[in-house]
Design a protein around this ligand. Structure first.
Ligand SMILES: N[C@@H](CCC(=O)NCCCC(=O)O)C(=O)O
Length: 252
C-alpha cells in the first residue's frame, strides 16, 4: 500500500523580500519520522482552496502552530491591534478543512494554533494575552535565540483519566513545552477537555463522537518527536490512525 499522505495547512508569510506559503520544518519532520507518512502543504489562500478536493487526496490533517492568531471576528469578537498578527489565508483554509475532515472521518491532529482553530471551527472562543489574566502563568515562547530552549519542556499538564489522550499517553502528569499567548476560553460543544495545565489553562481536547482520531494539543509535541516519549507516542498514534483510514479507503 502506498504511504499515506497528511495535509498541513501552511502560513502566508513575508520574508526575504517575497511572500511565501510556509510551514516550519519541525511539523514535516514529525509527520515523516514520527507518524511515518508523507506530507502535502496546503497553501494559505483566502479563496481557491476546496476542502473536499484536498481531503479526496489525503489520509489525515495536521494543523500546525503559528505566531499568527485566529481572527477574532471568527469567534464573534472585535479585533484589537494587539490581537494580531493575523493570517486570513490560513484561517480561510484551516477552518473549513477541519470541519470537513471531522464530517468525513479523516484523522486530525491540531497543535497550538491548530487546537485554537479546532475550537473556533466548532463554535468555541479564545482568550488573548492569557498571561495578563489573574492566576495564569506566562505560556509565551521564551525570548531566547536557541530553538531547543524556546521549545524546552517546562510545564506540567494533567491528562484526564478515561480521555482519548489518556488512551495514548496514559492519564496523569505529562511534561510539555509552551509557546502561546492565546488559549481556549469557551470550549466548543463538541470538544471534550482532555488535559489542563496547573493554572487551569486548557491544554488538550478531543472531538466528542469523532469518526476517527481527532485530538488537539496546546503544546508542541512535533518539536521533540524522536527525543521525547510522549511526543513520539502521540505522533505514532496519529500515524496509526492515518494508516487505518487509508486502508479503509482502499477497501471501499
Ligand atoms: N498564535 C497563537 C498560537 C501560538 C503558536 O502556535 N505558537 C507556535 C509558534 C511559536 C512562534 O514561532 O512564535 C498564540 O499565541 O496562542
Amino acid at each position: 500500500m502506498p504511504k499515506p499522505v497528511v495535509a498541513i495547512p501552511a502560513d502566508f508569510r513575508t520574508f526575504d523580500g517575497n511572500v511565501w506559503h510556509a510551514t516550519p520544518h519541525q511539523y514535516v519532520r514529525a509527520a515523516v519520522e514520527g507518524s511515518g507518512v508523507m506530507t502535502f502543504l496546503v497553501p494559505a489562500l483566502e479563496t481557491g482552496n476546496d476542502a473536499d478536493e484536498i481531503l479526496d487526496r489525503v489520509d489525515g490533517v495536521l494543523v500546525s502552530g503559528s505566531r499568527s492568531n485566529v481572527h477574532p471576528s471568527l469567534y464573534g469578537k472585535e479585533a484589537s491591534q494587539n490581537d494580531g498578527p493575523f493570517d486570513p489565508g490560513r484561517d480561510a483554509t484551516s477552518l473549513p478543512l477541519i470541519r470537513r475532515a471531522l464530517e468525513r472521518g479523516v484523522p486530525l491532529l491540531a497543535i497550538c494554533r491548530g487546537i485554537q482553530e479546532l475550537n473556533v471551527a466548532l463554535g468555541g472562543t479564545l482568550a488573548s494575552e492569557i498571561q495578563d489574566m489573574p492566576g495564569i502563568w506566562d505560556h509565551r515562547k521564551p525570548d531566547v535565540p536557541d530553538l531547543d530552549m524556546a521549545y524546552g519542556i517546562r510545564q506540567n499538564v494533567i491528562v484526564k483519566e478515561g480521555s482519548c489522550l489518556a488512551s495514548v499517553l496514559g492519564a496523569g502528569e505529562v511534561q510539555v513545552n509552551s509557546l502561546h499567548r492565546q488559549a481556549i476560553s469557551k470550549a466548543a460543544p463538541r470538544l471534550a477537555v482532555e488535559a489542563v495545565a496547573e493554572d487551569g489553562t486548557i491544554e488538550a481536547v478531543s472531538v466528542i463522537d469523532a469518526k476517527a482520531f481527532a485530538v488537539g494539543v496546546q503544546w508542541h509535541p512535533e518539536y521533540w518527536v524522536g527525543r521525547d516519549g510522549p511526543s513520539s507516542t502521540l505522533f505514532k498514534a496519529f500515524g496509526d490512525a492515518v494508516r487505518a483510514y487509508a486502508a479503509s479507503k482502499a477497501k471501499a
